[in-house]
Design a protein around this ligand. Sequence first.
Ligand SMILES: [Zn+2]
Ligand SMILES: [Zn+2]
Length: 351
Amino acid sequence: MVMSVLTISSTREQMLESLTYRRTYNGETIAPMDTDAVAERISEKRSPTSSIGELQILPLELLYLLFELSDLQAPVHLRLTCRRARMLVDASPSYRCLRIHTPHVICILLRVGIASHFTVSYIAELLHSDSRCSRCGRFGSFLYIPECVRCCYSCMRFHRSTVPMTKADSMAAFGLTARTIATLPVMTTVPGTYGGGLRAERSRPIQLLSPALARAAAELQHGGKEYLVAYIEGKGTQAKRKYDKRVTSRLALLALNPPEYDQDGNLAGPDWDDVKRYMAAMPFPYLDPSLGDIHDGMSCKGCRHALDNCSSSSRAEIYHRVYRAYTVDGFFEHYVVCKEAQHLWKSLGDL
Ligand SMILES: [Zn+2]
Ligand SMILES: [Zn+2]
């Protein structure tokens, strides 16, 4: 018998309801609620009474193009000048998309001070054109702020390249000058309590940046890779010698105590679960362009059940599965290979 489209659709709905759940990440990364006051200002509505001066002569299409190609800070500042400017900026397609679906992203990028490094169109594209994690290619429901790229929860917590550097460390490690640093997105952290298993309180803001971007800028500044390597291998300044000593002792400690998963699925080890990871990330949903739906991902109940029966040797792999989030299509692809989800669905049918 051929199943009707309606039956298939309702079965999919039932499967999603029975086999998935939404993970909460309260207090782990920069929280949208930190920015409520700014979000309110962004959504303020009043009628325009003034003009936008010489910009008024441009056709609407050109104005919208200008806003799209501007860095995120420019239209936000422009819209604060008068109500007419606010109305125009708010009506431009890419900014509108960000303001409606992810006002917290605008607020946080402004607040941490890197909104001037990324254009409105780049961030809007990131929201709806590609849901993949920049590190592993799976669904990424977080933004790694220092590079303004998507990343998944696992990569945010455990990937080597998502531990941001402090500005002082990047200057010591790569010999970056203040002029080079000024060209890079350096974020100022928001004080608060962060981390999964860490729950670390950070009351003073610090400045963080991506080690990969810092290294790439240092290559340019030193005049090529070989000159940068010569700098890294040399003794350098006192700050560099201190930095090198700290890194060497940390690597030695890690070699002696390789990180292991504890009972709560946290990687325990010296400095492994670095709180800077959480301070440099925020939730970043995916806007499905065909349906207009916004997704922050769903997790698999089957994988969570698998934790109850797993051996200690497979614990690491199972934890990574439990941390994973999926889009609707992504979940059904996962279902095909997830024996526990299939078993759970079958057992529900037998009830
Ligand atoms: Zn990933
Ligand atoms: Zn599963």
